[in-house]
Design a protein around this ligand. Sequence first.
Ligand code: ADP
Ligand code: MG
Length: 365
Amino acid sequence: MTLRGSLARAALVLAAGLALAGGVRVLRPAPDITETFYVFGTLLEVETRGVPEAQARDAMAVLGAHFRQMHRDWHAWAPGKLESLNAAIAAGKPFEVDPALAKLLAQGRELACRSNGLFDPAVGGMVEVWGFHADTPPEGDPPAEAVLARLLAGAPKMTDLTIAGTTVRSSNPAVQLDLGAYAKGAALDLAEEDLQAAGIRDAVLNAGGGVQVLGDHGARPWRVAIRDPFEWGVVGAVSLRPGEALHTSGNYERYFDKGGIRFSHIIDPRTARPMRGVVSVSVLSDSGALSDAAATALSVAGEKDWPRIAAQMGVTAVLMITDDGSMLATPAMMDRLEPVAGGFPAPITVVDLPKDVAIPVCPAG
Ligand code: ADP
Ligand code: MG
């Protein structure tokens, strides 16, 4: 089927403003302060509520510096710490990273293991050959079979990494780190800590496809809408509780079309090819990194296997939209998803997560 329009860009849109559309105004102790940053190729908007402007601006300055540092240190295809680490891994050498990157890698290793490697930031080489290590969408032909076969034979995995303090080494030189599938979520987790340290209790952070909140928006919660990947509309809205993160992965934001096929920037590590069949996955949890990583993993898992992978990763609130427009959601997501403007765009099938899954054991390495 054809995608119903390609207008959709960001998957999530702040809906809080909608509540004011009827002309109701909320008395505020201080104005909401908004600032926009550019990080990981996306615009990241931060809005604080109820703090004096000077305090908010100071906190934003700290955030801005922190985001710029993450952008440099975690970039998968520009000179920086990650590129140096990748060069050391390829050369079979250990490499010293800073504590923040060591922690992020350990978190990625655990999440990769929990997802049976469907989310695996070690597959940077596979992402690269499909042309997604660029700021603009790829053009040209898909990679040759021999290239994909070589990448698969290398079998790169996060569990090949050993992280001892701040020393990182890999037993497999085919590992090429690309943190794109959870960096945004992890960055929002760190930003939440920064804002808390600056004494800010109520704020929302919104970065194309990922939203995270602190506190609430005064008398009402921060409310976000999940955008309909097929149309210029929304699937529904979620009122986020303090500390929650909602992330959506989709094949409609970064992709290329060739021969009538849409190639997603999400790669199935089992085939070294873009995943097929799923248009978007939204995951709600208490952690940005977990929501972001799980949204990617469940996209790869596909329509049949996602409930088991969700249970293994410990996420309960999931919404999946498949190529044919079917919408599937867990009971925990159904409890939170509110219809907007006259109902959901299509009936939602409720899917229970299995209760008896074996959680993969992921020894710290
Ligand atoms: P978005 O960046 O649109 O939020 P994702 O969170 O799903 O989307 O991240 C996709 C990015 O993650 C890709 O651009 C690539 O850099 C990287 N990636 C692609 N496939 C995988 C995978 N299976 N596991 C881990 N990282 C991946
Ligand atoms: Mg992700």
